[in-house]
Ligand binder design. Structure first.
Ligand SMILES: Nc1ncnc2c1ncn2[C@@H]1O[C@H](COP(=O)(O)OP(=O)(O)OP(=O)(O)O)[C@@H](O)[C@H]1O
Ligand SMILES: O=C(O)C1=C[C@@H](O)[C@@H](O)[C@H](O)C1
Ligand SMILES: [Mg+2]
Length: 173
């Protein structure tokens, strides 16, 4: 089975994805890392140098390549992945998608020292500006994220909790 993690920047897709994959004993792929590998440039270089549209095309291409290569994996998507190029439809058709729902104040706590390396959050000089940016972004993305059949709400999103959710879903679906 392919398990896809979606959610806002800072939701913990990479962190949780890596430990979930380890506990299932299946490959872990981070889509942002995959894009960097394919393009041989950092996410910031792609965003700033080529623009968001170019980045979104790289992201869509990388997603399709990963899905074709791995019948079984845990995939940490990028924060915007489900919102462009029919990527959400692909995720819903080819695997089980879990939305990591984390309240904005918690995202601010996690990201305030790391926003500058995230291009979409780069121009946020302080926590208040970061919070505004995150709220706007979430408002635009929620309708995509909420189509995931599974959702886990912080602070309970441990690998154990997610494994239970997946097991319950798999026996009832
Ligand atoms: N459950 C958690 N509790 C507290 N902090 C966490 C938790 N999960 C992740 N973090 C911290 O939050 C930050 C962001 O986590 P992570 O990089 O996994 O998020 P992400 O969803 O992959 O973000 P992005 O979309 O930017 O790639 C990291 O500093 C990480 O250590
Ligand atoms: O939320 C977003 O749109 C992004 C999140 C990151 O994971 C990267 O995919 C990139 O910085 C864009
Ligand atoms: Mg990540």
């Amino acid at each position: 089975m392919r398990l896809y993690l979606i959610g806002m920047p800072g939701a913990g897709k990479t962190t949780l994805g890596r430990s979930l994959a380890q506990s299932y004993g299946v490959p872990f792929v981070d889509l942002d890392a995959e894009i960097v590998e394919r393009e041989q440039r950092s996410i910031s270089e792609l965003f700033v140098g080529q623009g968001e549209e170019y980045f979104r095309q790289c992201e869509a291409d990388a997603l399709r390549a990963v899905v074709a290569r791995y019948p079984v994996l845990v995939l940490a998507t990028g924060g915007g992945t489900p919102c462009f190029h029919q990527n959400l439809e692909l995720l819903l058709e080819t695997g089980l998608t879990l939305y990591l729902a984390v309240p904005v104040p918690e995202l601010v706590r996690r990201l305030q020292h790391a926003a500058s390396v995230r291009p979409l959050l780069a121009a946020t000089p302080d926590a208040a500006a970061l919070e505004v940016r995150l709220r706007e972004t979430l408002a635009a993305r929620q309708r995509f994220y909420e189509r995931a059949p599974l959702r886990c709400t912080a602070p309970t999103c441990s690998p154990e909790v997610v494994r239970r959710l997946v097991a319950r879903y798999s026996t009832t679906a």
